[in-house]
Design a protein around this ligand. Structure first.
Ligand code: SF4
Length: 559
Protein backbone atom coordinates (compact mmCIF):
# COMPACT_ATOMS: atom_id res chain seq x y z
CA UNK A 1 0.00 0.00 0.00
CA UNK A 2 1.11 3.52 -0.51
CA UNK A 3 0.51 6.21 2.11
CA UNK A 4 1.31 9.75 1.01
CA UNK A 5 1.84 12.47 3.61
CA UNK A 6 1.17 15.85 1.98
CA UNK A 7 2.74 18.96 3.53
CA UNK A 8 2.25 22.46 2.14
CA UNK A 9 4.52 25.00 3.81
CA UNK A 10 4.10 28.76 3.86
CA UNK A 11 7.60 29.41 2.44
CA UNK A 12 10.33 27.47 0.67
CA UNK A 13 12.71 27.94 3.57
CA UNK A 14 10.25 26.20 5.94
CA UNK A 15 9.87 22.46 6.24
CA UNK A 16 7.19 20.38 7.87
CA UNK A 17 8.60 18.38 10.78
CA UNK A 18 5.17 16.90 11.65
CA UNK A 19 4.90 14.60 8.62
CA UNK A 20 8.46 13.38 9.14
CA UNK A 21 7.80 12.68 12.82
CA UNK A 22 4.62 10.75 11.96
CA UNK A 23 6.42 8.71 9.32
CA UNK A 24 9.45 7.92 11.46
CA UNK A 25 7.30 7.17 14.50
CA UNK A 26 5.22 4.65 12.54
CA UNK A 27 8.33 2.97 11.08
CA UNK A 28 10.03 2.80 14.46
CA UNK A 29 7.00 1.33 16.22
CA UNK A 30 5.97 -1.18 13.58
CA UNK A 31 8.92 -2.84 11.82
CA UNK A 32 6.50 -4.70 9.54
CA UNK A 33 5.76 -1.46 7.65
CA UNK A 34 8.11 -1.21 4.64
CA UNK A 35 9.76 2.23 4.45
CA UNK A 36 8.74 2.60 0.83
CA UNK A 37 5.05 2.49 1.74
CA UNK A 38 5.24 5.77 3.62
CA UNK A 39 6.05 8.68 1.31
CA UNK A 40 6.19 12.44 1.83
CA UNK A 41 5.31 15.12 -0.67
CA UNK A 42 6.30 18.59 0.44
CA UNK A 43 5.45 21.79 -1.34
CA UNK A 44 4.68 25.46 -0.59
CA UNK A 45 1.53 27.51 -0.96
CA UNK A 46 3.36 29.51 -3.61
CA UNK A 47 3.61 26.51 -5.94
CA UNK A 48 0.90 26.42 -8.62
CA UNK A 49 -2.08 24.43 -7.38
CA UNK A 50 -2.17 22.25 -10.52
CA UNK A 51 1.47 21.32 -9.97
CA UNK A 52 0.81 20.20 -6.37
CA UNK A 53 -2.24 18.27 -7.46
CA UNK A 54 -0.52 16.46 -10.32
CA UNK A 55 2.47 15.63 -8.07
CA UNK A 56 0.07 13.95 -5.63
CA UNK A 57 -1.82 12.10 -8.36
CA UNK A 58 1.35 10.90 -10.12
CA UNK A 59 2.28 8.99 -6.99
CA UNK A 60 -1.03 7.07 -7.12
CA UNK A 61 -1.39 6.82 -3.34
CA UNK A 62 -3.92 4.54 -1.68
CA UNK A 63 -4.17 6.79 1.35
CA UNK A 64 -3.48 10.54 1.34
CA UNK A 65 -2.71 12.19 4.69
CA UNK A 66 -3.02 15.97 4.65
CA UNK A 67 -1.12 18.03 7.22
CA UNK A 68 -3.46 20.98 7.84
CA UNK A 69 -2.54 24.35 9.31
CA UNK A 70 -4.13 27.77 9.32
CA UNK A 71 -1.96 28.91 6.38
CA UNK A 72 -2.68 25.95 4.10
CA UNK A 73 -6.22 24.90 5.00
CA UNK A 74 -7.89 26.57 2.04
CA UNK A 75 -5.44 24.89 -0.38
CA UNK A 76 -5.75 21.53 1.42
CA UNK A 77 -9.54 21.57 1.20
CA UNK A 78 -9.42 22.23 -2.52
CA UNK A 79 -6.72 19.63 -2.94
CA UNK A 80 -8.78 16.99 -1.13
CA UNK A 81 -11.74 17.67 -3.39
CA UNK A 82 -9.69 17.50 -6.59
CA UNK A 83 -7.82 14.35 -5.50
CA UNK A 84 -11.14 12.64 -4.77
CA UNK A 85 -12.22 13.40 -8.34
CA UNK A 86 -8.98 12.34 -10.04
CA UNK A 87 -8.23 9.37 -7.78
CA UNK A 88 -11.68 8.12 -6.75
CA UNK A 89 -10.25 5.05 -5.00
CA UNK A 90 -7.84 7.01 -2.81
CA UNK A 91 -8.82 7.52 0.82
CA UNK A 92 -8.13 11.00 2.18
CA UNK A 93 -7.44 11.75 5.82
CA UNK A 94 -6.59 15.09 7.40
CA UNK A 95 -4.74 15.96 10.58
CA UNK A 96 -3.11 18.97 12.23
CA UNK A 97 -4.25 21.90 14.38
CA UNK A 98 -6.60 23.28 11.73
CA UNK A 99 -8.84 20.19 11.76
CA UNK A 100 -8.43 19.14 15.39
CA UNK A 101 -11.39 21.20 16.55
CA UNK A 102 -14.93 21.18 15.12
CA UNK A 103 -13.83 17.99 13.36
CA UNK A 104 -17.36 16.66 12.88
CA UNK A 105 -18.42 19.87 11.19
CA UNK A 106 -15.34 19.78 8.96
CA UNK A 107 -16.11 16.20 7.94
CA UNK A 108 -19.72 17.12 7.18
CA UNK A 109 -18.68 20.10 5.06
CA UNK A 110 -15.87 18.27 3.24
CA UNK A 111 -17.41 15.00 2.14
CA UNK A 112 -14.24 14.01 0.26
CA UNK A 113 -12.45 13.53 3.58
CA UNK A 114 -12.68 10.01 5.00
CA UNK A 115 -11.42 10.93 8.41
CA UNK A 116 -9.68 13.36 10.72
CA UNK A 117 -6.87 12.75 13.20
CA UNK A 118 -7.34 15.06 16.15
CA UNK A 119 -4.59 16.38 18.39
CA UNK A 120 -1.20 14.73 18.57
CA UNK A 121 -0.91 12.46 15.57
CA UNK A 122 1.86 9.95 16.33
CA UNK A 123 -0.28 7.23 17.94
CA UNK A 124 -3.37 7.75 15.82
CA UNK A 125 -1.46 7.84 12.56
CA UNK A 126 0.27 4.57 13.41
CA UNK A 127 -3.10 3.03 14.25
CA UNK A 128 -4.55 4.33 11.01
CA UNK A 129 -1.74 2.94 8.86
CA UNK A 130 -1.95 -0.43 10.60
CA UNK A 131 -5.71 -0.56 10.09
CA UNK A 132 -5.39 -0.07 6.34
CA UNK A 133 -2.53 -2.55 6.02
CA UNK A 134 -4.51 -5.14 7.96
CA UNK A 135 -7.51 -4.69 5.69
CA UNK A 136 -9.74 -3.17 8.43
CA UNK A 137 -9.56 0.49 7.45
CA UNK A 138 -10.60 3.13 9.96
CA UNK A 139 -12.84 6.03 9.03
CA UNK A 140 -14.20 9.01 10.95
CA UNK A 141 -12.53 10.80 13.82
CA UNK A 142 -9.44 9.45 15.55
CA UNK A 143 -8.47 11.27 18.74
CA UNK A 144 -4.74 11.33 19.43
CA UNK A 145 -3.28 10.59 22.83
CA UNK A 146 -0.30 12.32 24.39
CA UNK A 147 2.87 10.71 23.20
CA UNK A 148 5.89 10.19 25.48
CA UNK A 149 8.56 12.73 24.54
CA UNK A 150 11.23 10.03 24.76
CA UNK A 151 9.38 8.08 22.07
CA UNK A 152 9.55 10.80 19.47
CA UNK A 153 11.94 10.03 16.64
CA UNK A 154 14.71 12.40 15.62
CA UNK A 155 13.91 13.23 12.03
CA UNK A 156 17.22 14.52 10.71
CA UNK A 157 20.07 12.30 9.58
CA UNK A 158 23.54 12.62 8.05
CA UNK A 159 22.30 10.97 4.84
CA UNK A 160 19.58 13.54 4.33
CA UNK A 161 21.86 16.48 5.05
CA UNK A 162 21.61 17.81 1.52
CA UNK A 163 17.83 17.93 1.58
CA UNK A 164 17.77 20.30 4.53
CA UNK A 165 20.57 22.61 3.52
CA UNK A 166 19.41 26.24 3.50
CA UNK A 167 16.24 25.27 5.36
CA UNK A 168 15.21 26.13 8.87
CA UNK A 169 15.36 22.94 10.92
CA UNK A 170 12.58 22.67 13.46
CA UNK A 171 13.28 20.96 16.73
CA UNK A 172 11.00 20.05 19.60
CA UNK A 173 12.53 19.64 23.03
CA UNK A 174 9.25 20.06 24.89
CA UNK A 175 5.51 20.00 24.23
CA UNK A 176 2.75 22.02 25.86
CA UNK A 177 2.69 25.34 27.68
CA UNK A 178 1.93 26.02 31.35
CA UNK A 179 0.08 29.24 30.49
CA UNK A 180 -3.42 29.80 29.29
CA UNK A 181 -3.60 32.76 26.93
CA UNK A 182 -7.15 32.78 25.67
CA UNK A 183 -6.32 33.13 21.96
CA UNK A 184 -3.78 30.31 21.85
CA UNK A 185 -4.31 26.61 21.19
CA UNK A 186 -1.23 25.67 23.19
CA UNK A 187 -3.21 26.63 26.27
CA UNK A 188 -5.65 23.75 25.71
CA UNK A 189 -3.33 21.27 27.42
CA UNK A 190 -1.32 22.96 30.16
CA UNK A 191 0.92 19.99 30.87
CA UNK A 192 4.50 20.47 29.73
CA UNK A 193 6.40 17.37 28.64
CA UNK A 194 10.15 17.50 28.26
CA UNK A 195 12.36 15.35 26.08
CA UNK A 196 14.98 13.43 28.10
CA UNK A 197 18.30 15.25 28.23
CA UNK A 198 20.31 12.26 26.89
CA UNK A 199 18.34 12.51 23.64
CA UNK A 200 18.42 16.31 23.46
CA UNK A 201 22.18 16.33 23.95
CA UNK A 202 22.76 13.86 21.11
CA UNK A 203 20.47 15.79 18.82
CA UNK A 204 22.09 19.12 19.60
CA UNK A 205 25.38 17.46 18.80
CA UNK A 206 24.00 16.50 15.38
CA UNK A 207 23.09 20.13 14.59
CA UNK A 208 26.50 21.22 15.84
CA UNK A 209 28.43 18.74 13.70
CA UNK A 210 26.24 19.23 10.63
CA UNK A 211 26.78 23.01 10.89
CA UNK A 212 23.10 23.61 10.37
CA UNK A 213 22.35 27.24 9.59
CA UNK A 214 19.33 27.68 11.84
CA UNK A 215 17.62 25.47 14.40
CA UNK A 216 14.22 26.73 15.40
CA UNK A 217 12.91 25.32 18.65
CA UNK A 218 9.15 24.91 18.38
CA UNK A 219 8.81 24.61 22.18
CA UNK A 220 5.92 26.89 23.08
CA UNK A 221 7.68 28.54 26.02
CA UNK A 222 11.26 27.36 25.91
CA UNK A 223 12.24 28.78 29.29
CA UNK A 224 9.24 27.61 31.33
CA UNK A 225 11.47 24.90 32.83
CA UNK A 226 14.64 26.59 34.01
CA UNK A 227 16.71 23.44 34.40
CA UNK A 228 15.93 22.27 30.87
CA UNK A 229 16.45 25.73 29.39
CA UNK A 230 19.79 26.27 31.14
CA UNK A 231 21.11 22.84 30.18
CA UNK A 232 20.45 23.61 26.55
CA UNK A 233 21.88 27.13 26.73
CA UNK A 234 24.99 25.83 28.49
CA UNK A 235 25.48 23.11 25.88
CA UNK A 236 25.09 25.55 23.02
CA UNK A 237 27.53 27.94 24.64
CA UNK A 238 30.12 25.21 25.00
CA UNK A 239 29.60 23.91 21.46
CA UNK A 240 29.71 26.82 19.07
CA UNK A 241 30.57 25.85 15.50
CA UNK A 242 30.56 29.50 14.44
CA UNK A 243 27.61 28.96 12.12
CA UNK A 244 24.49 27.60 13.80
CA UNK A 245 21.84 30.01 15.01
CA UNK A 246 19.26 28.86 17.58
CA UNK A 247 15.83 30.43 17.74
CA UNK A 248 13.81 30.20 20.96
CA UNK A 249 10.33 31.41 21.81
CA UNK A 250 10.51 32.52 25.42
CA UNK A 251 8.56 34.28 28.15
CA UNK A 252 10.72 37.38 28.65
CA UNK A 253 9.68 37.89 32.26
CA UNK A 254 10.63 34.32 33.23
CA UNK A 255 14.30 34.71 32.33
CA UNK A 256 16.46 34.64 35.43
CA UNK A 257 19.91 36.12 36.05
CA UNK A 258 21.66 32.83 35.27
CA UNK A 259 19.97 32.58 31.89
CA UNK A 260 20.70 36.21 31.08
CA UNK A 261 24.35 35.61 31.99
CA UNK A 262 24.48 32.58 29.69
CA UNK A 263 22.90 34.54 26.85
CA UNK A 264 25.38 37.37 27.34
CA UNK A 265 28.24 34.97 26.56
CA UNK A 266 26.86 33.73 23.23
CA UNK A 267 28.58 34.53 19.94
CA UNK A 268 26.80 37.48 18.27
CA UNK A 269 24.05 35.92 16.17
CA UNK A 270 24.27 32.52 17.86
CA UNK A 271 20.89 32.90 19.56
CA UNK A 272 17.74 34.78 18.69
CA UNK A 273 14.76 35.21 20.97
CA UNK A 274 11.12 35.65 20.12
CA UNK A 275 9.26 37.27 22.99
CA UNK A 276 5.51 37.70 22.98
CA UNK A 277 4.42 40.89 24.68
CA UNK A 278 1.08 41.18 22.86
CA UNK A 279 -0.07 44.24 24.84
CA UNK A 280 1.15 46.43 27.66
CA UNK A 281 -2.32 47.29 28.93
CA UNK A 282 -2.75 45.47 32.29
CA UNK A 283 -6.53 45.16 31.88
CA UNK A 284 -6.07 43.51 28.50
CA UNK A 285 -3.39 41.19 29.86
CA UNK A 286 -5.82 40.07 32.55
CA UNK A 287 -8.73 39.71 30.15
CA UNK A 288 -6.78 37.44 27.79
CA UNK A 289 -5.72 35.30 30.77
CA UNK A 290 -2.09 35.98 30.15
CA UNK A 291 0.47 35.80 32.94
CA UNK A 292 3.13 38.43 32.41
CA UNK A 293 5.20 40.72 34.59
CA UNK A 294 5.70 43.60 32.19
CA UNK A 295 8.33 45.43 34.26
CA UNK A 296 10.41 42.28 34.57
CA UNK A 297 10.03 41.59 30.86
CA UNK A 298 11.08 45.07 29.94
CA UNK A 299 14.10 45.03 32.25
CA UNK A 300 15.21 41.61 30.92
CA UNK A 301 14.87 42.77 27.32
CA UNK A 302 17.06 45.76 28.18
CA UNK A 303 19.70 43.60 29.89
CA UNK A 304 19.91 41.35 26.84
CA UNK A 305 19.94 44.32 24.48
CA UNK A 306 22.94 45.76 26.27
CA UNK A 307 24.89 42.61 25.41
CA UNK A 308 24.44 43.50 21.74
CA UNK A 309 24.83 39.82 20.77
CA UNK A 310 21.30 38.38 20.84
CA UNK A 311 18.65 39.31 18.30
CA UNK A 312 15.31 40.02 20.04
CA UNK A 313 12.05 39.85 18.22
CA UNK A 314 9.06 41.23 20.17
CA UNK A 315 5.43 40.56 19.25
CA UNK A 316 2.28 42.63 19.64
CA UNK A 317 -1.28 41.59 18.82
CA UNK A 318 -3.89 44.09 17.61
CA UNK A 319 -7.60 43.46 18.14
CA UNK A 320 -7.47 41.99 21.64
CA UNK A 321 -10.50 42.45 23.89
CA UNK A 322 -10.58 45.77 25.80
CA UNK A 323 -7.79 47.22 23.65
CA UNK A 324 -8.95 50.28 21.73
CA UNK A 325 -6.90 52.27 19.25
CA UNK A 326 -5.31 54.57 21.80
CA UNK A 327 -4.46 51.66 24.08
CA UNK A 328 -2.84 49.87 21.15
CA UNK A 329 -0.93 53.02 20.26
CA UNK A 330 0.47 53.02 23.80
CA UNK A 331 1.33 49.30 23.65
CA UNK A 332 3.18 49.96 20.40
CA UNK A 333 5.15 52.86 21.85
CA UNK A 334 5.97 50.92 25.03
CA UNK A 335 7.31 47.95 23.08
CA UNK A 336 9.10 50.12 20.53
CA UNK A 337 10.83 51.88 23.42
CA UNK A 338 12.28 48.51 24.45
CA UNK A 339 14.28 48.77 21.20
CA UNK A 340 13.81 45.27 19.86
CA UNK A 341 15.64 44.15 16.73
CA UNK A 342 12.27 43.36 15.23
CA UNK A 343 8.77 44.29 16.27
CA UNK A 344 6.08 42.13 14.80
CA UNK A 345 2.65 43.66 14.71
CA UNK A 346 0.23 40.73 14.45
CA UNK A 347 -3.55 40.64 14.35
CA UNK A 348 -5.75 38.52 16.56
CA UNK A 349 -6.71 35.20 15.00
CA UNK A 350 -9.80 33.62 16.46
CA UNK A 351 -8.80 29.96 16.40
CA UNK A 352 -11.27 27.12 16.56
CA UNK A 353 -11.02 25.44 19.94
CA UNK A 354 -9.63 28.49 21.73
CA UNK A 355 -11.31 30.28 24.63
CA UNK A 356 -11.26 33.42 22.46
CA UNK A 357 -13.52 31.66 19.94
CA UNK A 358 -16.01 30.92 22.74
CA UNK A 359 -15.98 34.54 23.87
CA UNK A 360 -15.89 36.14 20.41
CA UNK A 361 -19.60 37.02 20.38
CA UNK A 362 -19.44 38.60 23.86
CA UNK A 363 -16.50 40.69 22.75
CA UNK A 364 -18.24 41.69 19.56
CA UNK A 365 -15.30 40.31 17.59
CA UNK A 366 -16.01 40.18 13.89
CA UNK A 367 -13.48 37.97 12.15
CA UNK A 368 -12.90 36.26 8.83
CA UNK A 369 -15.03 33.15 8.21
CA UNK A 370 -12.15 31.44 6.49
CA UNK A 371 -8.56 30.81 7.59
CA UNK A 372 -6.68 32.77 8.95
CA UNK A 373 -9.80 33.89 10.95
CA UNK A 374 -8.28 37.29 11.50
CA UNK A 375 -10.02 40.06 13.42
CA UNK A 376 -11.96 42.61 11.36
CA UNK A 377 -13.31 44.69 14.26
CA UNK A 378 -14.20 44.40 17.94
CA UNK A 379 -16.30 46.35 20.43
CA UNK A 380 -13.20 48.42 21.09
CA UNK A 381 -11.59 48.87 17.70
CA UNK A 382 -13.27 49.65 14.39
CA UNK A 383 -12.68 48.01 11.02
CA UNK A 384 -11.16 51.27 9.74
CA UNK A 385 -8.74 51.38 12.67
CA UNK A 386 -7.71 47.78 12.00
CA UNK A 387 -7.15 48.70 8.35
CA UNK A 388 -4.96 51.60 9.43
CA UNK A 389 -2.97 49.26 11.69
CA UNK A 390 -2.47 46.95 8.70
CA UNK A 391 -0.88 49.82 6.83
CA UNK A 392 1.27 50.67 9.85
CA UNK A 393 2.33 47.02 9.98
CA UNK A 394 3.37 47.16 6.32
CA UNK A 395 5.41 50.31 6.87
CA UNK A 396 6.98 48.89 10.02
CA UNK A 397 8.00 45.71 8.20
CA UNK A 398 9.76 47.66 5.47
CA UNK A 399 11.26 50.55 7.41
CA UNK A 400 12.01 48.97 10.77
CA UNK A 401 12.17 45.19 10.64
CA UNK A 402 14.45 45.00 7.60
CA UNK A 403 17.16 47.08 9.35
CA UNK A 404 17.75 48.80 6.01
CA UNK A 405 16.76 52.26 7.25
CA UNK A 406 18.17 52.32 10.77
CA UNK A 407 19.91 55.70 10.62
CA UNK A 408 17.10 57.37 8.68
CA UNK A 409 14.37 56.12 11.00
CA UNK A 410 16.42 57.09 14.06
CA UNK A 411 16.84 60.60 12.67
CA UNK A 412 13.15 60.90 11.83
CA UNK A 413 12.02 59.69 15.25
CA UNK A 414 13.31 62.97 16.73
CA UNK A 415 10.62 64.85 14.81
CA UNK A 416 7.72 62.95 16.39
CA UNK A 417 6.40 62.72 19.90
CA UNK A 418 5.76 59.01 19.51
CA UNK A 419 7.08 56.21 17.30
CA UNK A 420 3.54 55.12 16.52
CA UNK A 421 2.68 58.62 15.29
CA UNK A 422 5.67 58.53 12.97
CA UNK A 423 4.72 55.19 11.39
CA UNK A 424 1.06 56.18 11.25
CA UNK A 425 1.86 59.43 9.44
CA UNK A 426 4.26 57.67 7.11
CA UNK A 427 1.57 55.09 6.31
CA UNK A 428 -0.95 57.87 5.64
CA UNK A 429 1.54 59.74 3.45
CA UNK A 430 2.25 56.62 1.37
CA UNK A 431 -1.46 56.05 0.90
CA UNK A 432 -2.16 59.68 0.02
CA UNK A 433 0.64 59.74 -2.57
CA UNK A 434 -0.36 56.34 -4.00
CA UNK A 435 3.18 55.05 -3.55
CA UNK A 436 3.93 51.37 -3.87
CA UNK A 437 6.07 50.26 -0.97
CA UNK A 438 6.71 46.93 -2.63
CA UNK A 439 7.80 48.28 -6.00
CA UNK A 440 10.58 46.51 -7.86
CA UNK A 441 13.48 48.75 -6.88
CA UNK A 442 14.91 49.15 -3.43
CA UNK A 443 15.79 52.74 -4.28
CA UNK A 444 12.07 53.66 -4.39
CA UNK A 445 11.69 52.91 -0.70
CA UNK A 446 14.57 55.28 0.10
CA UNK A 447 13.11 57.98 -2.12
CA UNK A 448 9.68 57.66 -0.47
CA UNK A 449 11.28 58.05 2.95
CA UNK A 450 13.24 61.08 1.79
CA UNK A 451 10.10 62.80 0.46
CA UNK A 452 8.31 62.07 3.72
CA UNK A 453 11.26 63.38 5.75
CA UNK A 454 11.44 66.54 3.61
CA UNK A 455 7.75 67.13 4.17
CA UNK A 456 8.28 66.64 7.92
CA UNK A 457 11.22 69.05 8.13
CA UNK A 458 12.75 70.47 4.91
CA UNK A 459 15.46 72.30 6.87
CA UNK A 460 17.15 69.01 7.67
CA UNK A 461 17.68 68.05 4.03
CA UNK A 462 21.41 67.34 4.39
CA UNK A 463 20.83 65.21 7.49
CA UNK A 464 18.05 63.18 5.80
CA UNK A 465 20.20 62.60 2.72
CA UNK A 466 23.24 61.54 4.70
CA UNK A 467 21.22 59.15 6.87
CA UNK A 468 19.73 57.59 3.74
CA UNK A 469 23.15 57.37 2.09
CA UNK A 470 24.53 55.59 5.15
CA UNK A 471 21.61 53.15 5.19
CA UNK A 472 21.83 52.59 1.45
CA UNK A 473 25.52 51.68 1.42
CA UNK A 474 25.44 49.71 4.64
CA UNK A 475 23.19 47.20 2.91
CA UNK A 476 25.27 46.76 -0.22
CA UNK A 477 27.95 48.31 -2.38
CA UNK A 478 25.61 49.84 -4.92
CA UNK A 479 26.96 50.14 -8.45
CA UNK A 480 24.92 53.24 -9.15
CA UNK A 481 25.13 56.19 -6.77
CA UNK A 482 21.67 57.03 -5.35
CA UNK A 483 20.34 60.48 -6.30
CA UNK A 484 20.25 61.63 -2.65
CA UNK A 485 24.00 60.99 -2.13
CA UNK A 486 26.38 63.97 -2.29
CA UNK A 487 28.51 64.84 -5.31
CA UNK A 488 31.76 62.89 -5.05
CA UNK A 489 33.73 64.88 -7.64
CA UNK A 490 35.19 67.52 -5.28
CA UNK A 491 36.70 64.91 -2.96
CA UNK A 492 37.29 62.01 -5.33
CA UNK A 493 41.08 62.45 -5.27
CA UNK A 494 41.17 62.03 -1.52
CA UNK A 495 39.04 58.89 -1.72
CA UNK A 496 41.40 57.43 -4.34
CA UNK A 497 44.26 57.85 -1.88
CA UNK A 498 42.57 55.54 0.64
CA UNK A 499 42.51 52.75 -1.94
CA UNK A 500 46.09 53.46 -2.99
CA UNK A 501 47.08 53.13 0.66
CA UNK A 502 45.61 49.62 0.83
CA UNK A 503 41.88 49.92 1.46
CA UNK A 504 40.25 46.83 -0.13
CA UNK A 505 38.67 47.63 -3.51
CA UNK A 506 35.38 46.05 -2.42
CA UNK A 507 34.96 48.61 0.38
CA UNK A 508 32.97 51.76 -0.24
CA UNK A 509 34.00 55.20 1.06
CA UNK A 510 31.66 58.14 1.54
CA UNK A 511 31.81 61.56 3.11
CA UNK A 512 29.55 62.67 5.97
CA UNK A 513 28.98 66.02 7.64
CA UNK A 514 26.77 64.47 10.34
CA UNK A 515 27.59 61.41 12.47
CA UNK A 516 24.29 59.78 11.50
CA UNK A 517 25.52 56.36 12.72
CA UNK A 518 25.85 57.52 16.35
CA UNK A 519 23.16 57.39 19.06
CA UNK A 520 23.35 61.18 19.28
CA UNK A 521 23.99 62.66 15.86
CA UNK A 522 26.45 65.58 15.86
CA UNK A 523 27.83 67.92 13.21
CA UNK A 524 31.29 66.82 12.01
CA UNK A 525 33.82 69.53 11.42
CA UNK A 526 35.73 68.72 9.27
CA UNK A 527 33.49 66.17 7.52
CA UNK A 528 34.56 62.55 7.93
CA UNK A 529 35.21 59.74 5.49
CA UNK A 530 33.43 56.56 6.42
CA UNK A 531 34.60 53.15 5.25
CA UNK A 532 31.90 50.55 4.50
CA UNK A 533 33.43 47.12 5.04
CA UNK A 534 31.38 44.41 3.32
CA UNK A 535 33.67 41.66 4.59
CA UNK A 536 32.54 42.31 8.14
CA UNK A 537 28.76 42.31 8.18
CA UNK A 538 26.92 42.56 11.47
CA UNK A 539 25.70 39.05 12.40
CA UNK A 540 22.54 40.59 13.84
CA UNK A 541 21.35 42.84 11.01
CA UNK A 542 23.73 41.96 8.13
CA UNK A 543 24.70 45.58 7.62
CA UNK A 544 28.27 46.43 6.57
CA UNK A 545 30.79 47.32 9.25
CA UNK A 546 31.65 51.05 9.32
CA UNK A 547 34.52 53.16 10.67
CA UNK A 548 35.91 56.64 10.14
CA UNK A 549 39.10 56.48 8.07
CA UNK A 550 39.95 60.15 7.65
CA UNK A 551 38.73 63.73 7.45
CA UNK A 552 38.17 66.06 4.53
CA UNK A 553 41.20 68.21 3.72
CA UNK A 554 40.55 71.92 3.53
CA UNK A 555 41.28 72.34 -0.17
CA UNK A 556 38.50 69.87 -0.96
CA UNK A 557 35.83 71.67 1.05
CA UNK A 558 32.51 71.31 -0.62
CA UNK A 559 29.82 71.78 1.95
S1 SF4 B 1 0.60 32.41 23.78
FE1 SF4 B 1 2.53 31.47 24.40
S2 SF4 B 1 2.50 31.60 26.63
FE2 SF4 B 1 0.39 31.89 25.97
S3 SF4 B 1 -0.51 29.84 26.02
FE3 SF4 B 1 0.25 30.18 23.96
S4 SF4 B 1 2.29 29.32 23.92
FE4 SF4 B 1 1.69 29.57 26.06
Amino acid sequence: MKFLFVAINSKYIHSNPAVRILREYALAHDPSIPEGELCILESTINNPFEEILSNVCEQEPDVVLLSCYIWNWNVMRRLAQEISERLPDAVIWAGGPEVSFESEKILRENSWLSGIMQGEGEESCLKLIQSFRAGNPLYGILAGGEVQMAELPFIYSEDAQESFQNKILYYESSRGCPFSCSYCLSSVSRRVRIRPWEKVEKELDFFYRAKVKQVKFVDRTFNCDHEHCQRILRWILGHDNGVTNYHFEIAGDLLNEEEIALLAQMRPGQVQLEIGVQTTNPDVIKEIRRTMDLDKLSSNVEKIRQGGNVHQHLDLIAGLPLEDFSSFRKSFDDVYAMRPDQLQLGFLKVLKGSYMAEKAADYGIVYMDEAPYEVISTRWISADEIKLLKRVEDVLEVYFNTHQFEASIKALENCFDSAFNMYEQLADYIQMMHYDLHGPTRLDRYQILLRFAMQTNPEKEVLWKEALTLDYYRREKAKKRPPFANDRKPYEKQVRLFYEEGLPKRDHVDLFTYSVWEEETRRLDPPAFLDFDYDHLSPLDHNAGIRIIGYLQEENHLL
